[in-house]
Ligand binder design. Structure first.
Ligand code: PLP
Length: 481
């Protein structure tokens, strides 16, 4: 048996490269990242390749090892190239993430030391680090230091966690679902509807509250809807507002909504996945007043703090509620359960084993300092305002509301022909060019263009290029329309 064990051990050694092999591989990956980053400003933001990434199928799983050169080349050709380049500052569509370098170092360390970050007994320092970061995020929202939260994979899971905590805090059992009412606007992110479904709340009544001309929930309409529902014997229990909608960056009147919810004993959940970190900007912080009145809030570091994808967060003001919703144990956890000074992510989220996400957030904040983040966020706000002012100077363009955060909505209005069709073509011409990426939405039934200034690497030149391309492409289409 010993011989057999040794034989397997010998073969399995490929799983554990030695110092020299590690050095070679690390260098190769470092060279790859350096080349990628050094060329980032001249790389396309969008590229449609012929096979749309299907070449990766030639690298299916095999029994024997593959040369690392071949692997890195496959990454470059079939993964990097096709589609959107999210690391490019030309990415001004949807809500771009960033990909701040320091986070890569955090992920690197997290993967090497592989701390079991979900459980205090296993990784007391890692859990304290996560909780410390959550206290910092909570302090931005104006939450007390004894609030609890979770570093999630993104805003969607954050919304799900907040909604489940709300459901349980209001002791809403299934028999009440058909009478329970949830309030939001039609501009709430689609992950909210998805979360409600996952949380089993599809039998609840969902009321879309009217918005004002700036696509913000009208508090008076919320209040009258609640009164009406109460009178009808229904159970209003949850209002969901947006601190920066994905469509336009509009901020619902958080303070008024907070007051209405408090008076009516309704849970107020804020989806601030895109916008809540703008509280760090002295230019727009006032627009976000009232976050502190909510019961739960979602804030995405992979949006507002420029982190690579995979970093959201959720805070629940009263930690008991979060704990009660997600706490669970088992016999085989009895040793770990005895040792805890702080609550573990394990008790506060659906996850058990989890990626040690705190390091990828902590490293950038420590290495650059919060003041650098504040400056970058201010820069993004001003870039949006600069675009807003200058797109209006180009013949044919009209703009939507003044950007509350860093999203500008605008469209081209041709003298003749279908405006929606014109703007669709404009987007497709921008896509074909590929140097920058813009996207669109429908506002008041009209096909509308969006520019989002939220990328770490979006600076003045990218905005100037956007203006230049929109001018050039709109002239081109006008002459061929
Ligand atoms: C991006 C976004 C989400 C979803 O967050 P993910 O991190 O992509 O899961 C939710 N709400 C708003 C307002 C968003 O902008």
């Amino acid at each position: 048996m010993k011989n057999e064990i040794k034989k397997y051990e010998q073969k399995a050694k490929l799983l554990e490269p030695n110092t020299d092999e590690r050095k070679i591989l690390t260098n190769m990956v470092m060279n790859y990242s350096e080349e990628f980053l050094n060329n980032i400003n001249s790389s396309l933001t969008y590229k449609e390749t012929e096979d749309k990434g299907a070449g990766i199928y030639d690298f299916d799983i095999s029994d024997e090892p593959t040369n690392p050169d071949i692997i890195l080349n496959a990454v470059k050709e079939h993964i990097d190239k096709p589609g959107i380049n999210p690391a490019s500052g030309g990415h001004m569509a949807y809500i771009p993430g960033g990909g701040i370098f320091y986070s890569a170092l955090g992920d690197w360390l997290a993967a090497i030391i592989n701390k079991y970050a979900g459980v205090f007994f296993a990784a007391p320092g890692a859990v304290r680090l996560e909780n410390m970061l959550l206290r910092w995020i909570g302090s931005i929202a104006g939450y007390p230091s004894d609030a609890a939260g979770n570093l999630t994979s993104g805003g969607s899971i954050g919304n799900l966690i907040g909604i489940v905590a709300a459901r349980d805090a209001k002791e809403l059992n299934a028999i009440y679902f058909p009478k329970a009412v949830i309030y939001l606007t039609s501009h709430a992110h689609h992950s909210i509807r998805k979360s409600l479904r996952i949380a089993g709340l599809y039998d609840c009544i969902v009321r879309e509250i009217d918005m004002d001309e700036g696509f913000r929930m009208i508090p008076g309409k919320l209040e009258s809807a609640i009164f009406k529902d109460q009178k009808a014997g229904l159970i209003p229990f949850l209002a969901i507002s947006s601190a920066g909608t994905t469509d336009t960056g509009a901020i619902d009147p958080l303070s008024d909504i907070g007051d209405i919810c408090f008076q009516n004993k309704i849970w107020h959940h804020i989806d601030g996945a895109y916008g809540a970190f703008f509280k760090l900007s002295d230019l727009v912080a006032d627009n976000l007043q009232g976050m502190e009145k909510s019961d739960s809030i979602v804030m995405d570091p992979h949006k507002g703090l420029f982190l690579p994808y995979g970093s959201g967060s959720v805070l629940v003001k009263n930690s008991e509620y979060l704990y009660n919703s997600f706490r669970h144990t088992a016999n085989y956890m009895q040793d770990a359960d005895l040792h805890k000074d702080e609550m573990s992510p394990n008790d506060l989220s659906p996850e058990m084993s989890k990626h040690f996400r705190a390091l990828r957030l902590w490293l950038p904040l420590k290495l650059a300092g919060v003041s650098a983040f504040k400056a970058a966020i201010n820069e993004k706000v001003l870039l949006a305002r600069y675009f807003y002012e200058n797109i209006q100077k180009i013949d044919g363009f009209e703009v939507g509301a003044y950007p509350e955060l860093s999203i500008v909505t605008y469209r081209y209005v041709p003298d003749k022909g279908d405006a929606d069709e014109f703007n669709k073509r404009l987007i497709s011409e921008i896509l074909k060019d590929g140097r920058i990426l813009l996207s669109s939405t429908i506002l008041n039934g009209k096909f509308t263009l969006r520019l989002v200034s939220m990328h770490l690497r979006t600076h003045l030149p990218q905005i100037e290029l956007a203006l230049e391309l929109l001018k050039e492409k709109s002239e081109y289409i006008r002459n061929n329309f």
